[in-house]
Design a protein around this ligand. Structure first.
Ligand code: GLU
Length: 277
């Protein structure tokens, strides 16, 4: 059975880019006789707001979408995320990191370092806190934890691959292109990468449909799936909706908020037409 999802963060209004993603996933599920889930990515409790969540429900229902209830909230799943972090810690694949963004910027801009390389989360971590030996003892709480990607890749016995539309993709050189990503943020207890992998697995998602902006992050996700023995869904990274200057739409782009079109008297068909559906 084809199962997909749309997983917005309730940190601002949904705009045309979100409408495209949600409609595409919903249409594909319907065409395949499958299921479409809505999930609320509210791990970042400092930025999530109930009023944005309420507006997500209103906007999507107005667009004609429906989804099973209850809706899964990441904020309710911290114990699950922490338990899996414990597993990765016991496998010797995590280490604690106390670097601030400024520390990382300073380390990568040292004159001998050359131009900083960028991965899915920005500048690739230069490894300042990475220990030479596997950390031992119990996993500490209330600290940032990074994945030792080199050590993680060394445990693989066959190449990582995933299906993207009709192609099979084999990511390579993850230590150089991704680096040691954060899996637990100090303030949030887990990071997006870990949460999304566990949510997709626990909801039996077979097809992940989301924007091309997340294509690089998918390599982290399939690595985590392999380390944790979870199935890898098929991926479809769709084109991004841009404004007339070619810039990708952002959350604060109120002018293109679905709610603004609705208030201006548009009908859902107008929004479909605007995003090319
Ligand atoms: N909350 C994430 C976002 O809006 C979800 C990404 C995903 O679909 O995995 O970017």
């Amino acid at each position: 059975m084809f199962v997909t999802r749309f997983a917005p963060s309730p940190t601002g209004p949904l705009h045309l880019g979100h409408a495209y993603s949600a409609l595409l996933a919903h249409d594909m599920a319907q065409a395949a006789g499958g299921r479409f889930h809505l999930r609320i990515d509210d791990l970042d409790q400092a930025r999530a707001r109930p009023e944005w969540e309420a507006q997500i429900y209103r906007d999507l229902a107005w667009l004609g979408l429906d989804w099973p209830h209850p809706v899964l909230h990441q904020s309710a799943r911290l114990p699950r995320y922490r338990a899996v972090l414990g597993t990765l810690w016991d496998m010797g694949l995590l280490y604690t990191c106390s670097c601030t963004r400024a520390d990382i910027r300073a380390a990568v801009s040292a004159p001998q370092e050359g131009a900083p390389l960028h991965g899915p989360d920005g500048v690739i971590y230069p490894g300042t806190c990475r220990p030479a030996a596997k950390p031992s003892g119990p996993m500490p709480g209330d600290v940032a934890l990074r994945l030792d990607i080199e050590r993680a890749c060394a445990t693989l016995t066959s190449p990582l691959t995933f299906r993207e539309k009709n192609d099979t993709i084999t990511p390579r050189n993850l230590p150089e292109t991704i680096g040691d990503v954060v899996l637990a943020r100090r303030d949030m207890g887990a990071s997006y990468h870990l949460a999304v992998v566990l949510d997709d697995a626990d909801q039996n998602i077979t097809h992940v449909i989301r924007g091309k902006d997340l294509q690089d992050a998918t390599q982290i996700h399939i690595l985590l799936q392999r380390l944790l023995g979870l199935p890898t869904p098929a991926y479809h990274h769709h084109r991004l909706i841009r404004d007339e200057t070619g810039k990708r739409l952002a959350k604060r782009d109120d002018a293109r908020a679905i709610a603004t079109y609705r208030a201006d008297g548009a009908i859902p068909q107008d929004v479909r037409a605007l995003v090319g559906l």
